[in-house]
Design a protein around this ligand. Sequence first.
Ligand code: ATP
Length: 239
Amino acid sequence: MIEVRGLGKAYGRQMALRDLSFQVAPGEVYALLGPNGAGKTTTLRILATLVRPSKGEARVAGFDVTREALEVRRRLGLVNGGMRVYDRLTGREVLSFFAGFYGLEGRAFREALDWVVGLLRMEETLERRVMEMSTGMRQKVVIARAILHRPPVLLLDEATAGLDVFARRALLDFVKAYRDLGHAIVYSTHVMSEAEEVADRVGFLHGGRLVYEGTKAEALALGGGSLERAFVQVVQEAA
Ligand code: ATP
């Protein structure tokens, strides 16, 4: 569902990504792990067609992110930590507004809304204005907005940033439920415990390079039961 081959990105002289390759299958959570500045956000922005790669190629559901950006956008949802939503609108109004972009109107919108509200358990956000929501409620609206069109690919970039324990739990449970619907998910984070919970496979990014890739079980075995130990070990060896 996601294919990245030989991806490189330069910002001026700064190489943010070097020769990055990985794949994500339907029904799989791929955790992209790396310290600040490793290139996680750049990778997701390229997949979401927001940044053009300098080298290599990336495909989403078979479509090229550079040449077929519109087809790619129809098939993915992107969630960042700290995404903004219009303060004065209610949850329902926000979703209705974005549904228009996806061509969901009338009955199609009502069905999409029922589906997303059930999946995220966000009934209480529908009639409440965003400015009156907790951070966790707001994040549910952000996620709902990203998946209203039921994209087969979901990209989450530090999506639990700023969430309390309950909201974080709801998000991690949602990630697993969305994966279980057969969708492909890239979960970018520097929080190892989150990856340990949701990932099927992991990739360690360091200095724009993929320095390790394996199943979660393989990575855990490498770190003697700890993803964090595996990560530190691999990154130190790479450095
Ligand atoms: P973080 O966890 O801090 O978000 P990250 O792994 O997501 O880090 P990126 O944001 O992809 O990393 O950044 C990778 C490198 O590219 C960093 O050195 C960063 O400074 C640089 N970079 C990112 N965006 C730009 C930009 N628009 N212009 C110049 N350099 C950039």
